[in-house]
Design a protein around this ligand. Structure first.
Ligand code: DHB
Ligand code: FE
Length: 278
């Protein structure tokens, strides 16, 4: 049977991907951040998931204000890196797992989660940067990837409670897939950051560390946190953190294996946590 054995929460800052692409990771500015990623890279090289479900948000790349799915699952055999204005990132195409992705859609929709089915979905930095953080620059990504896009950029975004419940339903759906697969789920985005307005550049380290702590110490606090609190405490884009709660809900009795946190990465607090299911 398939099983979600682990979860990773990580920021998906585009500049981190650019640092990898341009070979800048040894520079003074970037080195401390990438040193912090080393243990996570060693961990995933040993863990070797067959499939990564990557929960991320599209930043007006595959979708626009014309069409705003709350939750969309990519069921295609391949997803191309999106052109976000500078040409697509020169990273390998992302290989999907159509059979498991369709199984997820069927199981979730019949379980009353109204998922949008995406047969074509270019994937932006929200998905490709976490892959670079975990796998660096391989010829091909070493796992199949199921993209799960969540609307966190246009009000009204889904609540933390809904995201956590979706994670729980994903855990059940994967467990009922009749093939031996080791699955890792990534929740991406955040941590604290605000890209526009008077508070642009806001980083709240205390909020971010408490968020990392409470993924295992007090998940109820995070699950019940409202959008207004994310906005006030972690900036307008800090609300991307609700996607980590989908990852959290998909794990059984999660145990923390590793974390790293570094400021600054572009204009954000960059965090990463590795959790394993019991
Ligand atoms: C930036 C963009 C993001 O989507 C994000 O999550 C963090 C930072 C940026 O443009 O700096
Ligand atoms: Fe983002």
């Amino acid at each position: 049977m398939a099983k979600i054995t682990s979860g990773v929460g990580t920021s998906h800052v585009p500049a981190i991907g650019a640092a990898v692409d341009k070979g800048l990771t040894e520079q003074d500015y970037w080195k401390p951040l990438f040193n912090g990623y080393e243990k996570a890279r060693e961990w995933i090289a040993k863990e070797k998931p067959d499939v990564c479900i990557v929960v991320y948000n599209d930043h007006a790349s595959a979708f626009s204000l014309e069409l705003i799915p709350t939750f969309a699952i990519g069921v295609a055999p391949e997803f191309m890196p999106a052109d976000e204005g500078y040409g697509p990132r020169q990273v390998p195409p992302v290989k999907g797992h159509p059979k498991l992705a369709w199984h997820l859609c069927e199981s979730l929709i019949l379980n009353e989660f109204d998922i949008t089915i995406a047969n074509k979905m270019p994937v932006d930095h929200g998905l490709t940067v976490p892959l670079s953080i975990m796998y660096n620059q391989p010829e091909e990504w070493p796992c199949k990837v199921i993209p799960l896009a969540v609307n966190v950029i246009q009000y009204p975004q889904p609540l933390g409670t809904r995201c956590f419940a979706l994670g729980q339903a994903i855990r059940e759906a994967v467990a009922s897939f009749d093939e031996d697969l080791k699955v890792c789920i990534l929740g991406t985005g955040g941590m604290s950051h605000q890209l526009q307005g008077e508070r642009a550049g806001l980083v709240n380290e205390e909020f971010d560390i408490a968020f990392l702590n409470d993924l295992t110490a007090d998940p109820e606090r995070l699950i019940n946190m409202r959008h207004a609190e994310y906005l006030r405490e972690s900036g307008s884009e800090g609300a991307e953190l609700v996607m980590w709660l989908i990852m959290l809900g998909a794990l059984e009795d999660p145990k923390e294996i590793h974390r790293t946190y570094h400021v600054p990465a572009s204009n954000t607090g960059a965090g990463l946590i590795v959790l394993e299911s019991k």
